[in-house]
Design a protein around this ligand. Structure first.
Ligand SMILES: [Mn+2]
Length: 366
């Protein structure tokens, strides 16, 4: 029966990084959806988790998924548990209560046995301590728009790499006949947050006409989209503002202004009394400097490791560059990152030298 998931245009083979290929096939997708309905009909306790610290797409997805399930299956007890606490910036969202960490859940004397576990917007490898709880679920569901993490034997997979955000995918699942979730203003803003987060306010190349059409549909419910955008995406703490200004003031150019980079050490974090995620968005300011081709932010991690974030205007594929540095590097063509087993003082000249060689076409064999 044709229904709302019409835009998943038939079947297509899609690249899946180094892990082979996965196939998105609309009939297969509907088989998975049917299996989901059956699994939920028998479930009493459901776990929802996402990798790492929640971002706009993963928290929006988790909240919308909970709403979608509880409206259709009110008998189910649903728990959202993530390895890290919900960042402050998302606490304005409606229905955000009862998002737990393993600690806060333990304080409730919560039962750790669930019938069905969902992981959204990324694979289990980054689920931290929740992985153990998830793996104890007799049935599991993977909902994602990344074509990665396909190797874990999830019972049900709802993956669509052409969806701009996991919330876009969840919206379409929620409108399938088995759920038919009413699109309330609350539900709409959970979906919307995922869209603006993953498309960078409808700027990135994943901004399809379908995303814009969906956003229009959501806006018609009348929620305060200015507030969702400002609080969920743009607002910074004062600490984070100071850290931003400090890091930008120390930015450097090289290769005739084609490369811009800056660095952020643990010492600086301590000096500003800042947390790791206060560095969010710094790379975008570097990247939006006129005339540059590539932006790099070096971020010192404890234990002589360095995380680099990369942004490219498009000439250089920074995902390929990140992978050339380490097999733990990757991302997208224009936005990528890598964790290096080097101190920040070693990483800086090493990465810059390789980057210059790449941009001048003088790269040796890696
Ligand atoms: Mn996402």
């Amino acid at each position: 029966m044709p229904h709302e998931i019409w835009y998943m245009r038939g079947s297509a083979w899609l690249p899946n990084g180094r892990e082979g290929m996965i196939m998105v096939d609309i009939e297969q997708f509907n088989v998975q959806l049917e299996a989901l309905g059956k699994a939920l009909a028998h479930a009493r306790r459901v776990l929802i988790t996402a990798p790492g610290a929640a971002d706009g797409d993963s928290i929006g997805s988790q909240l919308a998924l909970r709403r979608m399930i509880e409206l259709r299956f009110p008998q189910i007890e649903i728990r959202i548990i993530n390895d890290e606490p919900l960042p402050e910036r998302y606490r304005f969202l409606p229905e955000v209560e009862n998002v737990d960490t393993p600690e806060s859940y333990a304080k409730l004397n919560g039962d750790l046995q669930f019938d069905l576990g969902f992981i959204v917007d990324g694979g289990l490898d980054r689920a931290g301590r929740v992985r153990e709880v998830f793996e104890r679920c007799p049935a599991t569901v993977f909902v994602d728009h990344h074509a990665i993490s396909a190797e874990y034997p999830y019972t049900i997979r709802l993956v669509e790499p052409r969806a701009s955000a996991t919330t876009e995918l969840i919206y379409h699942i929620s409108q399938s006949p088995g759920f038919a979730t009413p699109v309330s203003p609350n539900f709409a803003q959970q979906i919307y947050l995922g869209l603006i987060f993953d498309t960078g306010f409808f700027r990135h190349s994943n901004t399809t006409p379908e995303v814009m059409e969906l956003a229009a549909k959501l806006l018609r419910t009348g929620f305060d989209f200015t507030r969702v955008g400002e609080r969920g995406m743009l607002e910074r703490t004062f600490t984070s503002l100071k850290l931003l200004s400090d890091t930008l003031s120390r930015a450097n150019l090289s290769l005739d202004g084609k490369i811009i980079w800056s660095k952020l050490t643990q010492e600086t974090l301590r000096a500003f009394n800042a947390a790791d995620d206060d560095r969010e968005g710094i790379i975008d300011h570097l990247f939006l400097t006129h005339g540059i081709e590539v932006a790099v932010l070096f971020f010192e991690l404890p234990g002589k490791q360095t995380k680099i974030s990369l942004r490219s205007q498009g000439k250089l594929d920074v995902a390929a560059f990140a992978r050339s540095l380490t097999e733990r590097g990757g991302g997208h063509q224009k936005a990528a990152g890598a964790n290096l087993e080097l101190s920040i003082d070693q990483a800086e000249p090493w990465v810059l030298q390789r980057l210059q060689a790449q941009l001048t076409g003088q790269a040796g064999k890696y």
